[in-house]
Design a binder for this molecule. Sequence first.
Ligand code: B12
Length: 140
Amino acid sequence: MLATVPTTTAATGRLLLANLGLDGFDRGLKALARTLGDAGFECITTGLFQQPSAVAQAAVDEHADAIVVSMPSGAHPTLVRMLIHELWSRAANVPVFLVGALAPQDWAAMRAAGAAGIVGPGVSGPQAVAHVTNAIRQPA
Ligand code: B12
């Protein structure tokens, strides 16, 4: 009799990984793209210094299931709001997931602004995969 071999389900979905504004922290997003790609996601990266409107349009053009924003620089209060506004203006229901050095009061403000998921910096690979998977399953 054959033994039952446990199987794992690969993560699925198209992710747009974005660096907004003058934020220069592409190292974390590159590592994250590898981790999420290995987990089964299709990852598209925007490159550095993107305007919120360009990221929103790329999400529409690429049929992204979620946008992953890494923003340790601290410019999230302005730029993430602008990104969400740009998505709304395109009637694009794409969850925006955020990592950065956010003060606790910013978490609530970002959620109120429409961010689907927020975590602090230094997230491990498996945690990042779990966070993004949950954000896609349960969009805000
Ligand atoms: C390397 C580094 C730099 C490099 C960046 C190189 C690059 N190409 O990315 C350089 C030298 C350019 C730099 C510059 C600056 N830096 Co700097 N930098 C760091 C440092 C030491 C490490 C960041 C890093 O690369 N980590 C390694 C990567 C692989 O890890 P990661 O970013 O955490 O990403 C992982 C996870 O978090 C997760 N992840 C990342 N994004 C996402 C997104 C989602 C959705 C999910 C689920 C997971 C996830 O996956 C990644 C892989 O596991 C941090 C301190 C720290 N220990 O974090 C400061 C730090 C981020 N820098 C800081 C600062 C202040 C600056 C400068 C403003 C300094 C200055 N006055 O000029 C500039 C800003 C430049 C700019 N234009 O943005 C501060 C930010 C403080 C804040 N926001 O409150 C920090 C926290 C240092 C500190 N303690 O003060 N920096």
